[in-house]
Design a protein around this ligand. Sequence first.
Ligand SMILES: [Zn+2]
Length: 587
Amino acid sequence: MGGPFAPDFIEAVRASGDIVQVISDYVPLKRAGRRLKGLCPFHQEKTPSFSVDPESQLFYCFGCQTGGDIFKFVQLYDKLNFGEAVEALATRFGVPLPAVRQKGGDDRERVLEINGLAQSFFKKLLAADAGRGCRDYLAERGLDETTIERLGLGYAADDWEALRGHLVAKRARPADIVKAGLAMPRKSGSGEYDRFRDRLIFPIRDIQGRVVAFGGRALAADAQPKYINSPETPAYTKGNHLYGLDLAKEAIRREGFAIVVEGYMDLAALLQAGFDNVVASLGTAFTPAQARLLARYTTRVRVSYDGDAAGAQATARSLDMLLEQGFEVHVVELPGGTDPDDTIRDQGAAEYGRLVREAPEYLEFLVRRQIAEHGMADTRAKVAAVNAVLPHVAKLTNAIERMSWATRLADTLQIEDELVLQELKTALKTARSEVRQRPATSAEKLRDAEVRLVHLLMRSEDGRRRLVESIDETDLAATHIAPIVAVILDLTRRKERVDASSVLEQLSDKDAQLLTRILFRDEPQEGPTIEDCLATFQRDRIIREERQAIRELGRESKTDDASSDSEELDRRLMHVQQLARQRDALL
Ligand SMILES: [Zn+2]
């Protein structure tokens, strides 16, 4: 965590706003004792199980186990990353943003500046004599001046140092050119050489239209690889951008959905054909960061990948991820093995438009594929089809939608068999419990001593000091709370502030949720002490070790061949007796 902001700044933002005030803007809250309650915005419910605690500044839903601090809430509700949530809240509370971000602020600006210079250079070359071959290629692909201009296409010369020389003449430092990913150090000797040579250049722009990276398509038929991209730089993280979104965002809002294609040329062809609401994922694996970015404009996508790619494993995973993020996903079915570019050229933009409009929902598409592959001649084929599709249905976050798929699947597959239908419904219900209710099960398994210990440690500085002195961390190794206690111990030893937010910040998402859940359990003032809890864990550990030792002893004594060592047996027996004595001493 932490992102681009310094910890002090994050704390300043946290301190200047109240979680109740922020959440009230999204969710009507009513006072209930020392907490406030409301309907959970993260799952569908009729009775409020969503709770906000003004004292610890945390929220938690007893229904779906979602919880965390103010940043987490804004992240989840507005689908932002941590840094964006901090920025949004800072703006809201009027905390001035730091001028230079902590990490790579200057580097990022320099890279963006160099990218801008490179971009103008590539464009100029495309219009010059050197760019003739590249212009021929674009004409052959049917791209006109307007499309070329909108995308800012350019040409990288067939030369080892053309760009580097140009940038150095513009006073860019060679080290910064390397940092921008535009040149690479020579393996022998000194100096650097251009990364992009004799390639058609696609600038990759962020939403504000700044060039963050480049993609280059080889022009020579035998050049390998066909496409290269900028490496990660201070201005560019792979999988964080959607190609073309800067141009498409208004059209996406207007049309109410986005067409997602795989690559640069598909996107260019669609723009040329008059489809403005198109973005490219640059690969078939759509990332969660890309989904969050797109969700700012729409949660409805029509995925238009190559005929074959749409059914591939990697695609399925990213489409499942979109379902999980609450997207409505349709799959554009292209005639066998073709890509969007081919379809438009062979059959025209109108026909492609029809395929987009009539694109089936992703799950419908999967069912059809199953039928095409295995037929639906008998019940067994139908059950196989159901089983192939169910894992994807389970990704739907909306329970009503999920159940409605039971009916649709049954219809499509013409399942009249009451038993199969029943199976299907049960499976969909179980799918839900697997997806959503797992945290609840582990919550039940939480021991009272685990909840108690965490409460006591969060409450009392004196308790934390006693813990540091007396704890044997191996006693806690098998508990759910081990990572939480480790963070508390660490902060205490470093004499740093220990409260819900400072501990949450150090934990993984899973453990942060566990801590929130524990803190929302009401724990009485009176009860077992820290020492009592530690003794419970110690006893647990000894009992586990004892059982293990007895099992091993049993195995050892069964293999009573001549080789079994009686001294070894004695040693093990002694060990078991010793553990039993330790256990008794603790009772
Ligand atoms: Zn909930």
